[in-house]
Design a protein around this ligand. Structure first.
Ligand SMILES: [Zn+2]
Length: 189
C-alpha cells in the first residue's frame, strides 16, 4: 500500500487497495487485505491465468508490482471489455467509482467507444503512440462536439475521458489538479 501511495498518489483508494491486494496475492498466494475483491483484483488474477504466468505464491515483490500496476492503475477504457466481462460473472466489492461509471455508461450505449474512429484512438493509445492518440482525440472532439479530458496519466498516456457537457474546464476529476498546475506555472521565457 505504501508503494502505491508513493507512486500513484492521485489514484483512488479503491485502486490502491486492489493493487496492494493483488501484489500480496501474487507474492503469498493468499487473498484478503484491504477489502475487495474488486474488478481490478479479478482483472489481475484473470490475466495471470490467461497469460500462463507463474502461479500466485511464487512471485517476487518486484515482479508482482510491475505486473499489477498497469492492470490496477490504467484508465478503465484500456480494459473496458474485460472488466465488463468480469463484472458479469464475478462478485465484486470496493470498486473504483470511475470504473463503475465507465462500465455503466458503456452498457447504456452512451460511451462512444465502439466506433471505428474511437477504435483507432484506442489502438494508438495501446501501441504507446500517445501523440497520435491525442491528435486523433482532438480531431474527434471537434467533429463530434464531445469534450475529452486533456489530462495526462502518470505513465505519459492521455486520459481521454469524455467530459460531461456541463463540466467546467478541460479536465476530469482525477486530472483537475493538472489544470491548476498549468495555470500557476510561471512564464518560462
Ligand atoms: Zn482525466
Amino acid at each position: 500500500m505504501s508503494w502505491a501511495n508513493q507512486n500513484y498518489p492521485e489514484e483512488s483508494i479503491q485502486l490502491k487497495a486492489a493493487f496492494a491486494n493483488s501484489v500480496a496475492y501474487l507474492v503469498t498466494g493468499l487473498n484478503g487485505g484491504y477489502g475487495g475483491p474488486s474488478l481490478r483484483e479479478h482483472l489481475v488474477s484473470w490475466t495471470v491465468e490467461t497469460a500462463g504466468k507463474a502461479s500466485p505464491g511464487s512471485w517476487t515483490f518486484e515482479k508482482a508490482t510491475a505486473f499489477s500496476a498497469p492492470l490496477c492503475f490504467s484508465p478503465t477504457a484500456k480494459f473496458l471489455g474485460r472488466l465488463a466481462e468480469i463484472q458479469e460473472v464475478e462478485a465484486c466489492f470496493d470498486d473504483d467509482p470511475e470504473d463503475l461509471l465507465a462500465l455503466r455508461e458503456s452498457r447504456q450505449g452512451r460511451s462512444p467507444l465502439p466506433s471505428p474512429e474511437i477504435q483507432e484512438i484506442i489502438n494508438s493509445w495501446l501501441s504507446g503512440d500517445y501523440k497520435k492518440a491525442i491528435a486523433l482525440t482532438n480531431l474527434y472532439s471537434r467533429r463530434s462536439g464531445l469534450r475529452f479530458c486533456k489530462g495526462i496519466n502518470r505513465d505519459g498516456s492521455p486520459c481521454g475521458k469524455v467530459l460531461a457537457p456541463q463540466a467546467k474546464g478541460d479536465y476530469c476529476l482525477r486530472h483537475r489538479h493538472q489544470a491548476r498546475k498549468r495555470l500557476s506555472m510561471p512564464p518560462t521565457s
